[in-house]
Design a protein around this ligand. Structure first.
Ligand code: DQA
Length: 137
């Protein structure tokens, strides 16, 4: 299986950023663990703070990969463009969030990703990503 994890804005700061909400592990540390645990799965990783780069990456992988695990971060709640990109590609997308966005501010309750996603996993910390990987196996 060929999977990719795509992280949106500010997720490069994981480990440093609001650790009470997002934890103190960096994404690289987490990814190393997950890659060795699922060594039979091809797992690529891409992070960008730029909306258009996230859309370009979806186009690039969206016709050849088996699964996309997408945490669009703040763009989840604003980006019609990302939602349309998911509609336009063939590879199924599982939406993930580290925090339980429904327990937070009202503006985080709206998602332009969810209607176009195969499924949504949120609120389990970094484990949300692992559950998303398992959903493709
Ligand atoms: C997030 C939740 C979003 O509301 C927020 O903007 C993020 C991270 C999460 O993983 O919990 O940056 O996607």
């Amino acid at each position: 299986k060929k999977l990719i994890i795509i992280n949106g804005p500010n997720l490069n700061l994981l480990g440093k950023r609001e650790p009470a909400i997002y934890g103190s592990l960096t994404f690289t540390e987490f990814l190393d663990t997950i890659k060795s645990k699922y060594s039979n799965v091809h797992i690529d990783y891409f992070q960008s703070n730029i909306e258009g780069e996230l859309i370009d990456k979806l186009h690039e992988v969206g016709f050849s990969y088996d699964g996309i695990i997408l945490n669009a971060a703040a763009y989840t709640h604003t980006s019609i463009g990302l939602g349309d990109a998911i509609k336009g590609i063939e590879t199924p997308v599982v939406e993930v969030h580290i925090s339980n966005t429904f327990g937070r501010e009202e503006f985080r309750h709206q998602s332009y990703i969810s209607p176009n996603a195969k499924g949504v996993i949120l609120g389990f910390g970094l484990q949300s990503y692992e559950l998303a990987i398992q959903s493709f196996l």
